[in-house]
Design a protein around this ligand. Structure first.
Ligand SMILES: Cc1ncc(COP(=O)(O)O)c(C=O)c1O
Length: 382
């Protein structure tokens, strides 16, 4: 009998809910992916590069043209000059970037602080590195960092903190003041920061994304991770990147080269072309997704769901206690899917130990207008 290295893990909730949505024909607002395609010019560029023969291994660290484009974007948006050769690494998806960053710094017996509810790849990556996750719940109702708990959780074994802003699943943002506070807390400690910023361009109502790239002190010890899949509506391309100071990038690359070696070549060419030709794509993204959030929330106005509009990401949380206070969020998500034709994700699965009275489900609004209208109609009829 094989002895599992991750004995408590089974099929993820995302797979389960997407499968249930398919079986029941429900509108799938569960898993985080758009039901529309990426830009024509981007997809055409892939075909062009495939036909031009760009089909062999890319350089291990990523195509230079794409690393240059990432460096250019970061200079424009966050005012940081990064060395595209030494500090930017292209990976097959942000998930692999997170995995490699964690393997680079976490050793057996180390502790890694994650804030619950958190994205599901962090804890298994820490466990596989021999470390232990310390799960700190974000403070309700706003899902902000509980600074007293964070301070109390720091020990000599703390090796890393995983930050995620804009935050999946809550849609909350970490502000500049929080970055300063975090920097002060870990200033004299040997702690690395893994900053998951895959929703960096999905920030609404005029707010600014407080990237760790804007913070000199934090960046000196950080891996900053993003996802082309999220930014260009092509999640299935599984292409992302890590920006980290030279020494950290060098360690991360040692691992990345034996996990995948490199990302998919024609996708990298296409992304480099598109980023160069359309730098406005990222600056137009907040308005694009804010319009979807507002449409969905306006339509839900006559439902019995209660919510505060997401400040970022393409997820909207909703409290269902006025509909059914008697069921858990997992039961509610299943009930919504089976009985009312809209699939959602329960929030408790993002926790090690969820608060008992949590009555929240997450809807993904990265969908076409007609999908959002149809889903809202069904939800309003409950
Ligand atoms: C917070 C967070 N981090 C990372 C990822 C993974 O990104 P990728 O698809 O590029 O691996 C996701 C995808 O849902 C996410 O929500």
């Amino acid at each position: 009998m094989i002895q599992s290295k991750l004995p408590s893990l089974g099929v993820t909730i995302f797979t389960r809910m997407s499968q249930l949505a398919m079986e029941t024909g429900a509108i799938n607002l569960s898993q985080g992916f758009p039901d529309f395609d990426g830009p024509d010019a981007l997809r055409e560029a892939v075909s062009r590069h495939v036909m031009a023969g760009h089909n062999q291994y890319a350089p291990m660290t990523g195509l230079p043209a794409l690393r240059e484009q990432v460096a250019r974007k970061v200079a424009t948006l966050y005012g940081r000059t990064v060395d595209a050769e030494q500090e930017v690494t292209i990976t097959p998806g942000a998930t692999q970037a997170i995995f490699c960053a964690i393997q680079s710094v976490v050793r057996s017996g180390d502790e890694v602080i994650v804030f619950d509810p958190c994205y599901d790849s962090y804890a298994p990556s820490v466990e596989l590195a021999g470390g232990r996750c310390i799960h700190l719940p974000l403070a309700l109702p706003d899902f902000g960092i509980d600074w007293d708990r964070l301070q109390a959780a720091l020990t000599s074994r703390t090796r890393a903190i995983v930050l995620n802003t804009p935050h999946n699943p809550s849609g909350s943002l970490v502000g500049r003041d929080a970055l300063d506070r975090l920097a002060a807390l870990i200033r004299d400690r040997d702690i690395y920061l893994i900053s998951d910023e895959v929703y960096e361009h999905l920030v609404f109502d005029g707010a600014e994304h407080a990237s760790v790239l804007t913070h000199d002190e934090l960046y000196a010890r950080a891996f900053v991770i993003s996802s082309f899949g999220k930014t260009y509506h092509v999640t299935g391309w599984k292409t992302g990147y890590v920006i980290a100071p030279r020494e950290l990038s060098s360690e991360l690359r040692k691992i990345h080269q034996y996990v995948s070696f490199c990302g998919v070549t024609p996708l990298q060419w296409a992304l480099a072309d598109f980023m160069e030709a359309h730098p406005e794509h990222v600056t137009e993204l907040p308005a694009f997704y804010q319009a979807k959030r507002d449409l969905f929330c306006d339509l839900l106005g006559s439902s019995k769901l209660a919510f505060t509009r997401a400040a970022g990401t393409y997820f909207q949380l909703a409290d269902y206690s006025a509909i059914r206070d008697d069921v858990s969020d997992v039961e509610m998500a299943e009930w919504l899917t089976r009985e009312h034709g809209v699939a959602a994700i329960p929030i408790s699965v993002f926790y090690q130990e969820a608060p008992k009275d949590l009555r929240l489900v997450r809807f993904c609004f990265a969908k076409r207008e007609e999908t959002l209208r149809l889903a809202a109609e069904k939800l309003c009829a409950i």
